[in-house]
Structure formats: structure tokens, C-alpha cells
Design a protein around this ligand. Structure first.
Ligand SMILES: Cc1cc2nc3c(=O)[nH]c(=O)nc-3n(C[C@H](O)[C@H](O)[C@H](O)COP(=O)(O)OP(=O)(O)OC[C@H]3O[C@@H](n4cnc5c(N)ncnc54)[C@H](O)[C@@H]3O)c2cc1C
Length: 486
């Protein structure tokens, strides 16, 4: 049943005419994910500008038992911000809450509203002579509330940690419409449970993040960006060790790519050239940075010379300009975009201890070679964190039959190696079955209890992370159903 008319009236009164979108044409763009692989249906879309409006919406949603799907930039890859197909769920888009509320005069933090684009937060930090280190391929489209709700990772985790390490405080609207103001700019605060950490990575199932106090870091002054050709994934680990020994925490990124993925980028991404002559099976993109103006490039060149001499790298280059650096990163960030030109992509994002990555890659290569030889396997990503994105290029006519088998096999191998079946992207609607199958019963029970405590009526993102509970979340009851605005 669609939400009752009284709920829609309250929302229209709170948000004004342009704050409520209805009708298939207006809502459809919000109900499909970035790669067009998950499609839902929304009753309507709400676009608040202020925390009090979000509070009013959630109070009304609780009163009328209307299921709410929070949404940021809609770049999530597990359909957590996409409504189900019922047409009953209402999207709450934070995209108009874009203010920077506070800039610390000392440059240690800033307070951003949930709808600020990640790229904007990075720019604001730069204006203050600082850096906000969260960085990922979707940074021009994803929003900070979505980044925190997914506990996003990206390319700088090795040095700065995941999103949860970058937050000092949060403002959150609870399911019943109360506002929790936890926007304290404190690095140290041991006054009981750290509530903000519960909302980070909760994918909109425990509350709606409306603002965040974000940590800023000194902006690096010298960066050395290195591209290396290697023979085997095992060599990536040997090199990680050598780079760690030499540069410790000055390594910010350590990314692995396949030769196939690099060739696809050169072929399909405009303006991209091959970084090295010749063909290589595996590549590494390594970035070092620090706050002094010079002195890092020399030791990096010395290490590369040693590695060449020992035969650990086949070829390599150091970016000589900002334009070259940008091109190397374009190859890395454009992996999904480039490879999807060659077939349909079945993707997953997993982690194992870094030393087990080569084993995982080999097991999946063997499986594909033996059982589905038409598939090209392209593992790439944050090898320094033990996290790889597994993209399988599949002939379109085979996707429906092969997707479940491929993903099931990957998860089995990952779990067998003691890893995680979702390293960065979360559970959303896509990985609920895996969660139920592989999480220990005690963990599942604690998660269910937390959900019931924070969202007793089950109105926040029902069906995401945990399956919908039969007694709540979406059981929309009301006298007269609302006719969505045209
Ligand atoms: C090209 C590309 C590259 C990517 N690279 C990476 C990467 O390297 N690392 C990585 O971690 N991810 C990556 N992602 C995935 C995605 O960008 C991240 O998950 C991102 O953090 C999602 O932010 P968003 O604003 O788009 O959130 P959305 O997709 O809008 O929402 C994601 C989840 O958060 C919830 N949510 C959104 N806003 C709020 C809020 N204010 N309060 C409560 N809940 C909320 C939603 O309900 C949903 O469950 C990539 C995606 C693409 C398309």
C-alpha cells in the first residue's frame, strides 16, 4: 500500500512544492543505481534542506509507519540506497543539505552537511591548506553522508584509515524524529559508548546522518607516484614489504591492476596512454607523500633501482608532472568504466589478509578457466589493504545463469581463507543472503537487537543489511492512501 495521504500532506507542508517529487518520470532516476544494475520503485522522493525538516519527516514516517530509504549521491554498489520494487518506500535524498556549517580556524576540522559532495569537502579542506584524505573513483558524485553510512574506503586507507577514522562527531536524526547532536570536535571523548561509530557503516538502517565533523590533515607537499610492471601478484606483496621497510607510513596508496585492465583503459578511455612500453601481466600503482617540500623522490628512485637489479620489477616509471600523475590515476579509477565496454560486469568487493590475496586470485582464475572459460577475470584495487574488487567480464547472454555461481564461489573461497565478503561496499540489498549464511549467530542476534533498539518500527531502510522484519518496516497502514504529486 502506498504511504497515506496525511504523510504526504505533512511532507509537502514541511518541504514546500519543490521538495516532494512524485510520478514515475521524476522518481525513476533516484530509483536506479550508478551502473544501472539495480532498479526499484519509489512512492515519492523527499528533498529536505534542513535538519529540522528531516526530523519532521521521520516523526511523520514513524506515526504513519512509512518506510524511508535515505540516499546520498546514489553511487553505492550494493543497492542500499535504492528502494525495493513495491513502490511503497519513500526516498529521502540528502542532496540539498550541502552547507559547510563550520570551518575550524586552526584547520583541524570542518563541519559539513550530509549532502556535501565528497569532492566539495576535499576542496574546502584544500582552501584551508589541509587535506581530507577520503578519496575514491566516485568522489565527484558521492556525498559525505553516504560515505559515512557505508564506511567508505578508497585509495588512501593504508595511511589514513577508512571513513570511520576520519570522523570526530555526527548529527543524526533518529527513527522517531528526535535529533542527536553529537557534533563535538573532540579527538578524545571516553564518556561511555561511542555512538557515532554505530551510525557509521549502518547504511541508513539505524538513523539518518545530517551533518558530520570531519578531521582534516596537513596537505602533502611532495608526492611521488610510481607505476611498476610485475610478473605475479606474489611480487606485489614482496614489494609492499620493501616499500613499507623503506617508507613506512609515507605510503598512501598501493594498488594492483591486471594487464588486461590496463589495456582496456588505454583502448577505451579517451586520452589515456600506456604508462609503459610492452605488455605486462600485472601492474602496481604506488603513491608516497609527505609534508616536506623535497627529499622523497631521491630515496624512491634508489629503491626502484634496487628492485630492478633484483629482478622484482620488469619495468617502471615515476610520474614527472601532475598531468602524468592524473593519467596514471585515471587508468586505475577507470577500470570498471573501461572493462564494461567489453561485456557485462559481475562485480564483488572482498578482503583477505594481504598474504592470502595471491591464493585467492589463483583459485578464482582456476575456477573460471575450468568452468567458464568465456569469462575474463579482472581483480584490481587496494592490495595494500588486502582488498580487491573482483570484476568478471561476462558475455551478456550468460550473466543471468553465471552471476550467482560466480559470486557464490568467490564468497566461499574468501570465507575459506578467513576473509570478508564485503570489504568496502557494505551489505545493502545485494549481500543479505551472504550475511545470514556466514555471520555467526551471536553476531546476527546482536545486530538484530541493535536494529530493534534504534528503529523499533522498522521504518529505516527495511530490507537493507537485515531482512525485513515481519512485524514492522513497510507495513503501511492508514486511512487514505496518498496520490503522489505529478
Ligand atoms: C566508480 C565507483 C568507484 C567506487 N570506488 C569506491 C571505493 O574505492 N571505495 C569505496 O568504499 N566505495 C567505492 N564506491 C562505492 C560508493 O561510491 C561508496 O559506497 C560511497 O560511499 C557511497 O556514497 P553515496 O553518497 O553515493 O551513498 P548512496 O549510494 O546514496 O547510499 C549508500 C548507503 O548509505 C545510506 N545513506 C546515504 N546517505 C545517508 C545518510 N545521510 N544517512 C544515513 N544513511 C545514508 C543509503 O541508504 C545506502 O544504504 C565506488 C562507486 C563507484 C560508482
Amino acid at each position: 500500500m502506498p504511504p497515506p495521504a496525511a504523510f504526504l500532506e505533512t511532507c509537502s507542508r514541511l518541504l514546500g512544492g519543490d521538495g516532494v517529487l512524485g510520478g514515475e518520470e521524476a522518481t525513476a532516476p533516484y530509483a536506479v543505481d550508478f551502473w544501472g544494475q539495480h532498479r526499484g520503485r519509489a512512492a515519492f522522493v523527499l528533498l529536505p534542506r534542513r535538519t529540522e525538516e528531516v526530523a519532521g519527516i521521520l516523526a511523520a514516517a514513524s506515526a504513519h509507519r512509512v518506510p524511508i530509504v535515505p540516499q546520498g549521491g546514489n553511487t553505492g554498489l550494493v543497492a542500499g540506497g535504492i528502494p525495493d520494487g513495491s513502490g511503497e518506500q519513500v526516498i529521502l535524498s540528502l542532496s540539498r543539505m550541502e552547507r559547510i556549517r563550520e570551518r575550524d580556524p586552526a584547520g583541524e576540522y570542518l563541519v559539513a552537511e550530509a549532502g556535501c559532495l565528497l569532492a566539495r569537502v576535499q576542496e574546502e579542506a584544500e582552501k584551508a591548506g589541509r587535506m581530507f584524505p577520503l578519496s575514491l573513483g566516485a568522489e565527484g558524485s558521492c556525498r559525505i553522508g553516504g560515505n559515512l553510512s557505508t564506511n567508505a574506503g578508497g585509495v588512501n586507507v593504508l595511511r589514513y584509515g577508512m571513513a570511520r577514522q576520519l570522523v570526530l562527531g555526527l548529527e543524526v536524526v533518529l527513527a522517531d524524529g528526535r535529533v542527536w547532536n553529537g557534533l563535538k570536535p573532540l579527538l578524545k571523548d571516553n564518556t561511555g559508548y561511542d555512538l557515532k561509530q554505530l551510525f557509521i557503516g549502518a547504511e541508513g538502517t539505524l538513523g539518518v546522518i545530517t551533518a558530520a565533523c570531519l578531521r582534516l590533515f596537513p596537505a602533502p607537499r611532495e608526492r611521488v607516484t610510481i607505476w611498476l610492471a610485475i610478473a605475479r601478484p606474489e611480487d606485489a606483496l614482496l614489494l609492499l614489504r620493501r616499500f613499507r621497510d623503506a617508507f613506512g607510513e609515507l605510503i598512501s596508496s598501493f594498488e594492483l591492476l591486471t594487464g588486461f585492465g590496463v589495456r582496456a583503459a588505454v583502448e577505451h578511455l579517451p586520452g589515456v596512454r600506456s604508462p609503459l612500453a610492452g605488455d605486462h601481466d600485472w601492474h602496481l600503482l604506488v603513491e608516497l607523500s609527505w609534508n616536506l617540500r623535497r627529499g622523497l623522490a631521491g630515496p624512491a628512485e634508489e629503491l626502484l633501482a634496487e628492485l630492478f637489479e633484483e629482478g622484482l620489477v620488469a619495468d617502471g616509471t615515476i610520474a614527472a608532472s601532475e598531468a602524468q600523475r592524473a593519467m596514471l590515476w585515471r587508468i586505475r579509477e577507470g577500470q570498471s568504466e573501461a572493462t564494461r565496454q567489453m561485456g557485462e560486469i559481475v562485480r564483488s568487493d572482498v578482503a583477505v589478509a594481504p598474504t592470502r590475496l595471491p591464493d585467492l586470485i589463483r583459485r578464482m582464475q582456476d575456477f573460471v578457466r575450468e568452468q567458464m572459460p568465456e569469462i575474463v577475470l579482472i581483480p584490481f584495487g587496494h592490495v595494500g589493504d588486502g582488498n580487491l574488487h573482483f570484476n568478471f567480464v561476462v558475455p551478456p547472454e550468460r550473466v543471468a545463469a553465471w552471476r550467482p555461481r560466480l559470486l557464490e564461489r568467490l564468497v566461499e573461497e574468501v570465507v575459506g581463507l578467513g576473509g570478508s565478503f564485503s570489504a568496502e561496499h557494505g551489505i545493502g540489498r545485494s549481500k543479505v543472503a551472504e550475511l545470514l549464511r556466514y555471520k555467526p549467530a551471536v553476531e546476527l542476534e546482536l545486530m538484530r537487537r541493535l536494529k530493534t533498539l534504534f528503529d523499533p518500527l522498522g521504518i529505516l531502510n527495511p530490507g537493507v543489511i537485515l531482512p525485513r522484519q515481519p512485524e514492522g518496516g513497510g507495513g503501511i497502514r492508514g486511512p487514505a492512501a496518498a496520490k503522489p504529486p505529478a
